[in-house]
Design a protein around this ligand. Structure first.
Ligand SMILES: [Zn+2]
Length: 371
């Protein structure tokens, strides 16, 4: 199936670094493109020889020596083709028709997922992590578990048992009350992002930058650049993704407890009630796997598909050609095809529904324009 010439000498792109991935093998990370490609442990001995000096036949004999069993030339060519399609080789674009790295992260995608980096993460996270490492771990973990359990239980208890009216009363909050509320919400967003970065730093990764952005010109978000989470194992990556929502859940529980004491003034209660509805909204947003927020990354890691979104969309785009029988050889397993099809279709339906809902809301907000 592979159409590569035996004398072809593949060379890894200079921007590609090899990251260990303890469970499954290794990850090739393209620094400029942000692209990641997972390779199996068995193919790893080939990496040092992808220097533009060794032909496919050389690679075949190196690999046979390394693994101690026969390897076909076809297997080597298939592997190289995979790297080529992923843009990991110097001549990926010319030979394998891979999209140029700049274009993939290019204008359109950058506008749709606009990001403005604000702070370098590791400079202040390393000292905090060093301090935390000196504290006793067991009590800290216990405290975290209690906070999370409280976050899961206390809001429901409050809803079921509270005598306090859990509704918004316009007019109770004056300007200072609104400013306190805004400050609390901004502080929570910052702590949420720090939690992602801090967990990554604690697990031995490097947090690059913190910043703000906007998805699809519509949905504002704050972000932590946790690209280095790919250095961690799957459990570590899931923990990094969950660290932010853990902050929201803990604070939601603390607020529910505060409110249920009944000791707060009407103004303070109102601040807490609105703050809690923000927290519940953020938790639901993040649990939504159809947008690239925390829940999506947890799902991607649970499915062991680190590039789930991109691969699913790419698979959907290739479907028409595939159905006409004009697609190139399929490198996906049947499991991957099912996942990409399911996730891609659900996300497409969700996005169309979400955007038309937003459009209708906008129309309803300006009824005069409709006449
Ligand atoms: Zn988050």
């Amino acid at each position: 199936m592979a159409v590569l010439d035996q004398s072809y000498k593949p060379q890894l792109h200079t921007d590609v670094e090899v990251l260990p991935d303890s469970e499954l093998g290794f990850i090739l990370h393209h620094r400029t493109g942000g692209q990641n490609c997972r390779i199996s442990k068995h193919a790893q001995p080939l990496i040092p020889f992808l220097d533009g000096q060794h032909t496919l036949t050389d690679l075949q004999s190196h690999l046979q020596q390394a693994v101690g069993r026969p390897v076909s030339l076809d297997q080597v060519a298939t592997f190289i083709t995979l790297l080529g399609h992923q843009g990991m080789l110097v001549d990926s674009e010319a030979r394998f028709d891979a999209k140029p790295m700049q274009r993939r992260e290019g204008c359109w995608s950058r506008l749709m997922h606009l990001r403005i980096p604000l702070v370098q993460g590791d400079r202040f996270l390393q000292p905090v992590a060093a301090l935390l490492r000196r504290l006793p771990a067991a009590p800290l973990k216990l405290l975290l578990v209690l906070l999370l359990l409280n976050g899961l239980i206390a809001p429901f208890l409050l809803l079921l048992t509270s005598q306090i009216q859990l509704s918004f009363t316009p007019g109770i909050l004056d300007t200072s009350g609104l400013m306190i509320l805004a400050a609390l919400i901004v502080a929570e967003i910052i702590v949420h992002e720090i939690a992602h970065g801090l967990s990554l730093t604690l697990l031995g990764g490097q947090t690059r930058d913190f910043g703000v952005g906007i998805h699809y010109f519509l949905i504002p978000y704050a972000y932590t650049n946790t690209t280095d989470a790919y250095r961690l194992n799957r459990r570590g990556r899931i923990l990094v993704s969950l660290a932010g929502p853990m902050v929201d859940l803990s604070l939601l529980g603390i607020n529910a407890m505060l409110l249920s004491t009944g000791l707060l003034s009407p103004g303070a209660s109102q601040i807490i009630i609105i703050w809690m509805s923000f927290q519940a909204t953020i938790l639901l947003w993040n649990a939504n796997p159809f947008l690239p927020f925390d829940g999506y990354y947890v799902l991607a890691d649970l499915l062991n598909e680190p590039a789930l979104r991109r691969e699913a969309f790419r698979y959907l785009r290739s479907l028409p050609r595939r159905l006409l029988g004009r697609a190139a050889a399929d490198r996906h397993t049947p499991r991957q095809r099912r996942i990409y099809l399911g996730y891609g279709l659900l996300t497409a339906v969700y996005m169309v529904g979400f955007l038309s809902y937003g459009f209708l809301l906008t129309l309803a907000a300006f009824p005069n324009y409709m006449r």
